[in-house]
Structure formats: C-alpha cells, structure tokens
Design a protein around this ligand. Structure first.
Ligand SMILES: N[C@@H](CCC(=O)N[C@@H](CS)C(=O)NCC(=O)O)C(=O)O
Length: 122
C-alpha cells in the first residue's frame, strides 16, 4: 500500500511539475496589493494530495503567494488544523479577516471558487 501511494504521489508531482501553469503577470504595485491580502491566508495541505495539487495549481495560475502548511510532515501544523478546522482533511484554507476572525474552508472546489471570486477580476 505504501509503495502504491508513493508511486502515485511521485506521478502526481511529476505531472504537476511538467505541466506547471504560468502565473498571471501584474505590475509590482498590483501584485503587492494582492500579496498584502493573501498574507492573511494559509493553505493546510499535503504535498502529493491530488486535491491540494489542484488548489496549488490555481494559486500558481493566479500568482497568489499563499503560505502552505504541511499537515503530514509537521505534527504542530496537523494539531493546528484539527483544533481550528475540526477535521484532519486537506486541503483546508485558513482565512483571517482584518478583525482577526478566522474561517476554515475545506473542499478544493470551494477553495478554488473562493480564490477566483476574490482575486480574479470580473
Ligand atoms: N472532496 C475533498 C477531498 C479531500 C481529501 O480526500 N483529502 C484527503 C487527502 S488526498 C484527506 O485529507 N484525507 C484524510 C487524511 O489523510 O487524514 C476535496 O476536494 O478537497
């Protein structure tokens, strides 16, 4: 089982690496404004989880510099996710607003919809 998972994980990461999307180019001022907003976001994830890869690809496509936190490799990160979000499931986006209120968003599709709705110009 471990071997199969390792092979699948390596395959997913290799295909992802070979087909990495190009990020949108913004001027420095616009990118700095986006970076300030994404500073309040963090993606809890596993490196080779296909749903996490899907979200990371969208981040790349939109040039969103969102901190990623690996809940498999770090016990502290895993505990943060469990304590905050309530489930050990990835991907999960931690969203903090300017008042310090925190929302934990699970489901890759919901996360991608949220990022597109917030950062892709209509
Ligand atoms: N429908 C979810 C599926 C997420 C999912 O199944 N994630 C797996 C990792 S690939 C998970 O967190 N499983 C629980 C665990 O590993 O403890 C999504 O699209 O985000």
């Amino acid at each position: 089982m471990f071997i199969i998972r390792w092979i699948l994980g390596t395959l997913i990461l290799s295909i992802n690496w070979l087909t990495t999307p190009r990020g949108v180019k913004r001027d420095a001022v616009a990118q700095a404004a986006i970076d300030e907003q994404t500073g309040n976001l963090a993606l809890y994830q596993y490196k080779a989880c296909p749903f996490c890869v899907k979200v990371r690809r969208e981040m790349k496509r939109q040039s969103l510099n969102i901190e990623t936190r690996d809940a498999k490799r770090s016990e502290a990160v895993k505990q943060e996710l469990l304590a905050g979000g309530g489930l050990l499931k990835v991907p999960c986006l931690r969203i903090e607003n300017n008042q310090g209120q925190v929302q934990w968003m699970y489901e890759s599709t919901d996360i991608i919809d949220y990022l597109s709705g917030r950062f892709v110009p209509a």
